[in-house]
Design a protein around this ligand. Structure first.
Ligand code: XMP
Length: 509
């Protein structure tokens, strides 16, 4: 495995991605990571990431220079390289201006990181400070017009540095440089697959848990579903999944969950119908944040009460993913440190006395999907669009009633059916309906109607941080609108939401 030390770069996750794409396992850890832990990971190489600071800045991230005595290959990128050079006695010069963008890279030695590169290339620079003097034993291996020491190496000590970013697509031969580091210099083998990850995780879960019982809140989303399947493989009947039906789920959703996990996958399910309790708590509530708070609190109460009924449960499993782990451990701010607080509604009750297991905490979303496929999770679950914890409550603008829930469920089911039939489901980040708190006049047959308006929202996005409204074909929109108005009593108008995020959000509330 490769250890990546996080000096705060916005590209850290990209470095990790590049390494895993090469089928080598890697982990990102902060600079103060415990030495015993490093040793237990047995890394074959270390990458010191870039970062926004200058090494001369007060409070800039530092690592114990003993890292350079470990005797394994180390690659410093940008700040990581400057940190290494400074720590080993070289000189880094402070700059007032940043160099940012493409630069021609003149390679001096086609070996080490630059083996089989096929001559000079271009690279992506994003730095302020530069190296002006190398420590003993280091040579310059590449330069650019602005940066004489754009790459350096001390091959005896297996230390390498790049001033530019090999992990970004703008460095066309960056992939080959990283491959050289992984396979030629560190001697890694490209054998990290989801199969091996699954095998290893199952073993780790068994070691950690023994014959104790585990509980898991199952929502039917990809993350909790894959977590359930993985843990079930490890401990079988010692896993109990709690499905809380908050009455805010889509049409037939609770039943589908029970059948899929209970009957087909043979996982222990405890289904709690708490719809009445949620709806009573939500009655008369209009404010979106109040809705979220009530739903979060009620979920915890219901979950906790149910968990207590399971004798000898010592562990609580959660489907936390790597981006959240990195976000919460990233010490230096930066663009990745924004916490999406409202997305964590329904997190675990803090006072519950469980030991936590999070088997997906080192995986990215697409890796979780691959793992799901490896474990035999049905395709329809693997490719699910995200569905918010507060469910339909934040898609019924205004007060939530049984009647309005029933209307929205029907509208939503038609929309999803049409989107799927037209082959758009997987292309969209999310597609859903929203019920508006106003009525409009229409005419059906010869009769005047005065009914509800449904809004359709369909967006494309990579990570939900930004999103664009989907340019769905007019024919498809037409079919959706016709079917909704004809088939759902209580809706006589359909509108399409054409706002992007920002400035709008994906959900309406
Ligand atoms: P927004 O509406 O902020 O949503 O653009 C971004 C993504 O988060 C989902 N979302 C939520 N998920 N609890 C959740 O579990 C929530 O309260 C919540 N609010 C929004 C939303 O569906 C989208 O995928």
């Amino acid at each position: 495995m490769i250890l990546i030390i996080d000096f705060g770069s916005q590209y850290n996750q990209l470095i990790a991605r590049r390494i895993r794409e090469a089928r080598v396992y890697c982990q990102i850890e902060p600079p103060w990571v415990d030495w015993a832990y490093i040793r237990s990971l047995k890394p074959q190489g270390i990458i010191l990431s870039g970062g926004p600071s200058s090494i001369y800045e007060k409070g800039s991230p530092q690592m114990d220079p003993a890292v350079f005595q470990l005797g394994i290959p180390i690659l410093g990128i940008c700040y990581g390289m400057q940190f290494m050079i400074n720590a080993l006695g070289g000189v880094v010069e402070r700059a007032d201006k940043r160099e940012y963008g493409f630069a021609d890279l003149y390679i001096k030695q086609e070996k080490g990181l630059f083996e089989n590169l096929g001559g000079s290339t271009s690279c992506w620079m994003s730095h302020g400070d530069s190296i002006v003097k190398l420590p003993k034993g280091f040579v310059t291996t590449a330069s650019t017009d602005n940066t004489p020491i754009a790459a350096t190496a001390n091959s005896d000590k297996q230390l390498y540095g790049l001033q530019f970013h090999p992990e970004v697509a703008h460095t066309p031969k960056g992939r080959r440089m990283l491959d050289n580091f992984l396979f030629k210099l560190c001697g890694c083998t490209p054998d990290w697959t989801m199969k091996s990850f699954a095998r290893e995780s199952i073993r780790q879960i068994q070691d950690a848990v023994g014959d104790k019982k585990i509980i898991l809140g199952l929502s039917g989303g990809v993350d909790s579903s894959v977590t359930a399947l993985l843990i079930h493989r490890a401990v079988g009947k010692n896993l109990t999944c709690i499905v809380v039906d908050n009455g805010l789920l889509r049409l037939n959703e609770a039943r589908r969950l029970k059948t899929m996990f209970g009957r087909h996958l043979k996982i222990n399910i405890r289904y709690v119908n708490a719809a009445g309790r949620f709806l009573t708590a939500l009655s008369g509530i209009i404010d979106p944040e109040k809705k979220r708070k009530i739903i979060g609190k009620t979920f915890m109460e219901v979950f906790e009460a149910e968990a207590q009924k399971i004798k000898n449960a010592e562990f609580l499993a959660q489907g936390t993913l790597y981006p959240d782990v990195i976000e919460s451990q990233s010490a230096f701010g930066g663009p990745t440190s924004v916490i999406k607080s409202h997305h964590n509604v329904g997190g675990l009750p803090k006072k519950m006395k469980f030991k936590l297991i999070e088997p997906l905490r080192f995986l990215f979303k697409d890796e979780v999907r691959k793992l799901g496929a490896e474990l035999g999770l049905p395709k329809e679950l693997i490719w699910r669009q995200p569905f918010p914890g507060p469910g339909l409550a934040i898609r019924i603008i205004g007060e939530i009633t049984q009647k309005r829930l029933a209307i929205l469920r029907k509208v939503d089911a038609i929309l999803l059916e049409e989107i799927k039939t037209a082959g758009y489901y997987k292309k969209l980040w999310q597609s859903f309906a929203v019920l508006l708190p106003i009525k409009s006049v229409g005419v059906m047959g010869d009769r005047r109607t005065y009914e509800n308006i449904a809004a359709i929202r369909a967006v494309t996005s990579k990570d939900a941080m930004t999103a664009d409204w989907a340019r769905l074909p007019h024919k498809l929109l037409n079919r959706i609108s016709n079917r909704i108005i004809n088939e759902v009593n209580g809706v006589n108008r359909v509108v399409y939401d054409i706002s992007s995020k920002p400035p709008s959000t994906i959900e309406w509330e």
